[in-house]
Write a protein that binds this ligand. Structure first.
Ligand SMILES: C[S@@+](CC[C@H](N)C(=O)[O-])C[C@H]1O[C@@H](n2cnc3c(N)ncnc32)[C@H](O)[C@@H]1O
Length: 470
């Protein structure tokens, strides 16, 4: 494909993304499948342009006078992000072959006008409707938090399934496959792949055999903290109340199992592998005094539960999959019996915008308020399951106070029998590194912890911990 034809393709992919709800990644894959003439370099160039536009969409819409179509955004990105002079942009819009048609007078004047003074939300790159929340949440740091959330490409984080293998031996395996895994700083079970282009993790033998899962380090941390210090016995009951795709279900399941093989943990290190906090923490693990527990994974969407099944199988772990009614019906037999109820509530997903920037521009004005109300309803239902003395973990992948502090404040007012559990008192997880144990307690505000791309180099997450009075 010519460079011009790639631009036209990127514009059409952007239009498809704007018209639907599918992730940009899925739309790009579908475009590639429908246009077999495009080679891998073409597909990469198109994807790069699409993500470049999605990350800067607010600024580009602003610069193009409010136009939101793919063509206008691509033209804006050539001028404002790539800094191409007008003549080059015109040459790419000569209207030849499969390239885009020539620039209109208005488009030409838009890209030559310069940006002028940008409102704060435009230069920070956030949708306008979350800016007030960001300012209230992060104070002076709000625009730095916003930039880190929207701008950089996020690395791929893996969670090693410690019930099947060890971090060191998986690192050796991935290194032998030509990758460059680095231990994650906070999760002792994590490995980070920063390579460009991103590797196809699903094609790796380690993935197919269930030794690794793709899971952001922030998601690993909140799961380890939720279960930290709990002793899981065959009588223990853990409920993953909003199991969704099952990412945290798998981590919850593994957390309660002994490590695969203590000897594997101290397996020879791969060449170039320098031990770090994470690796040493993994090496220091002893098989925990755990012989299992009953894990119940719930959701209101059957298809999501169905999708967990093969993941459980691959990971070699088990869970009861339960479909919930919208009123929480379907798990009454566990009322007052669960040692841990993990509520990974539906949310704006704003903490993952660095991975899915398209979602930022899909957020509707009333959506956050609707989610806040839903989160409270789900908490009201889920807490019935917690046994006296049991633990509740509330988690979101949102950056917004309305879905985090505001939801938990309202919950606490309505449920005084749920005592806040300081994060500093819940750090005794063998899956956390020493660095995490040292720093996460002080990074938390009591029982509430925020993770973010700018502060912890993870996706944005929020965790609040409670204990039901005995
Ligand atoms: C943030 S996602 C969960 C992600 C999942 N825990 C993971 O790690 O992959 C929230 C999930 O809550 C589910 N959900 C929505 N309303 C619910 C309700 N009333 N009760 C329980 N789950 C609900 C959604 O279907 C969605 O799968």
């Amino acid at each position: 494909m010519t460079p011009a034809a790639r631009l036209a393709a990127a514009a059409s992919v952007l239009d498809s993304i704007a018209q639907g709800r599918a992730p940009a990644e899925v739309v790009l894959k579908a475009w590639g499948a429908a246009n077999r003439y495009a080679g891998s370099k073409d597909r990469r160039a198109i994807a790069d342009r699409v993500y470049k536009v999605l990350r800067a969409r607010g600024r580009l819409v602003w610069a193009m006078g409010g136009r939101e179509d793919g063509r206008a955004l691509v033209i804006g990105s050539l001028a404002l992000i790539d800094g191409l002079p007008l003549e080059e942009i015109e040459a790419l819009h000569a209207g030849e072959g499969y390239g885009p048609r020539p620039l209109s007078k208005q488009e030409r004047s838009r890209i030559t006008a310069g940006e002028g003074d940008l409102p704060g939300w435009v230069s920070a790159g956030l949708p306008e409707l979350v800016v007030e929340d960001f300012k209230a949440t992060f104070g002076d740091r709000w625009s730095e938090e916003a930039r880190e959330l929207m701008a950089p490409r996020a690395p791929i984080d893996l969670r090693v399934n410690t019930a099947k293998s060890s971090v060191a031996s998986v690192a050796a395996e991935l290194t032998a496959a030509g990758l460059a895994p680095e231990p994650t700083p906070w999760s002792a079970a994590g490995l980070r792949l920063a390579s460009e282009p991103p590797p196809n993790v699903q094609a790796l033998e380690a993935f197919k055999a269930g030794r690794i899962e793709i899971q952001d380090e922030g998601s690993q941390i909140v799961t380890w903290l939720a279960g930290a210090g709990l002793t899981f016995t065959p009588g223990s009951i853990v409920v993953d109340y909003c199991a969704g795709g099952g990412g945290k279900t798998l981590a919850l399941a593994v957390q309660a199992l002994p490590d695969a093989d203590a000897s594997q943990v101290s397996a020879p290190k791969p060449t170039g592998w320098s031990p770090t906090g994470a690796d040493e923490a993994a090496a220091a693990r002893v098989a925990p005094p755990v012989s299992g527990m009953r894990l119940i994974a719930c959701d209101v969407v059957q298809k999501r539960l169905d999708n967990i099944r093969p993941r459980l199988q691959r990971a070699g772990v088990a869970a009861d999959l339960r479909l919930l009614g919208q009123n929480g019906g379907g798990v009454e037999e566990f009322n007052g019996k669960a040692d841990l109820v993990f509520v990974d509530a539906p949310c704006s997903g704003s903490g993952t915008w660095r991975r899915r920037p398209e979602d930022a521009w899909r957020l509707k004005p009333d959506e956050v308020e609707r989610l806040h109300v839903l989160q409270l309803r789900i908490l009201d239902q889920a807490v019935q399951l917690v046994k006296p003395g049991g633990r509740l973990a509330y988690v979101t992948c949102s950056m917004l106070t309305r879905e985090n502090e505001a939801t938990t404040e309202a919950f606490e007012a309505a449920h005084p029998d749920f005592q806040p559990l300081p994060v500093a008192d819940a750090l005794a997880s063998p899956d956390l590194t020493d660095a995490a144990r040292e720093r996460l307690g002080s990074a938390a505000a009591g029982h509430r912890l925020r993770l973010s791309p700018a502060s912890t180099h993870t996706d944005g997450f929020f965790l609040a911990l409670y204990e039901r009075q005995a």
